[in-house]
Design a binder for this molecule. Structure first.
Ligand SMILES: O=C(O)CCC(=O)C(=O)O
Ligand SMILES: [Fe+2]
Length: 323
């Protein structure tokens, strides 16, 4: 579902928004069945929690980083309506997906209660701007229904905390409990929030409950102080190629691939990338390279940039001949 404008506006007004029915039913159903190839089903887990000790090591033990063993999960961070929302919120098509996590929680495995915090501490080297410039868009896609009993994220609307400087990143446990809003909703809902918003994970309120979510974070390309994961560091992991192959060039772009028409693509890179990614259709990149289409780098959109880059290409030769 296309994220309505009013939800994007609400992120600015309140610091967060919840879009129910965001994932279409088929995408949601397929993602949910793929979950059970990565985590025990609730029935399986609660039949014998001791069998799954790993998940009890800490409240973060149920986190798995992209990529996954199934397209049904790998396609979620690049779900077209999510990318559309990121472009509209960040006000640019030059968008980076800088973190994807799948997080399973099971009642009793750990205490999932957190104090209120602002997420920017490990999403930027500095702090968010109070004027809203250069925002980051952080998201939870709920893959199971989340009620008050299911450890919902609890968010404090920004008007309650405006008096706290943004440099303060956490509060005492219990502060703002009266102001917090539980992010509840059916499976397939999307929560979007900003990195300056106080929120916290909360513990289950009943036995036998579980919560599954995919966390996907975006930023505008070019603010190098923002980010979290470096995808090349994950590109040797199992399933990476399988995740990239079915994506469109646009979807790969948000993971940092050179886009169609980028000067990166030439005969050599096309042939060697084909060796690295057998089965990946490079023809859109090849056709543009053949047509000589050049796209300016997002970092340099000035009118003279292309001419300069072309001149730069000749430089090594010139140097050799110049001694
Ligand atoms: O899982 C949640 O509901 C929130 C977790 C959270 O805010 C965090 O770990 O930073
Ligand atoms: Fe957080």
């Amino acid at each position: 579902m296309r994220i309505p404008d009013r939800n994007l506006a609400e992120i600015w007004d309140r610091g967060f928004t919840v879009v129910e029915g965001f994932l279409d039913p088929q995408t949601l159903a397929e993602a949910r069945s793929a979950l059970w190839e990565n985590f025990p089903t609730p029935e399986g887990y609660f039949a014998d929690p001791g069998e799954h000790e790993k998940l009890a090591k800490s409240q973060f033990a149920g986190i798995k980083i992209f990529p996954y063993n199934s397209w049904a999960l790998n396609r979620l961070p690049v779900y077209p309506d999510l990318l559309d929302g990121a472009e509209r919120f960040l006000k640019t098509t030059e968008v980076d997906c800088y973190k994807v996590e799948l997080w399973a929680k099971y009642a009793g495995a750990a205490n999932y209660d957190q104090y209120h915090h602002r997420d920017y501490m490990n999403h930027t080297l500095v702090v968010p701007r109070a004027d809203g410039m250069m925002p980051q868009m952080t998201c939870f896609i709920l893959l199971s229904e989340v009620s008050e009993l299911d450890g919902p994220t609890k968010v404090v609307p920004v008007d309650r905390t405006r008096h706290l400087p943004i440099g303060i990143n956490r509060t005492k446990m219990g502060d703002f409990f009266d102001d917090e809003v539980a992010v509840t909703g059916p499976a397939g809902s999307l929560m979007i929030y900003k990195t300056d918003v106080f929120h916290r994970g909360s513990d289950f309120k009943a036995a036998g409950r579980s919560r599954f979510a995919m966390l996907v974070d975006f930023k505008a390309r070019g603010w190098r102080w923002q980010g979290k994961l470096a995808w090349p560091d994950h590109a040797e992991r199992k399933h990476w190629n399988a995740a990239m192959i079915p994506m469109t060039p646009r979807q790969r772009d948000v993971f940092g691939w050179p886009p169609i028409g980028d000067p990166y693509w030439n005969e050599q890179t096309l042939s060697d990338v084909a060796l690295r990614y057998p089965g990946l259709d490079l023809s859109p990149y090849a056709e543009a390279a053949k047509a000589g289409a050049l796209k300016p780098s997002p970092r340099d959109l000035s009118p003279g940039a292309l001419a300069k880059r072309e001149a730069g290409r000749g430089r090594p030769k010139a140097k050799v001949s110049g001694g």
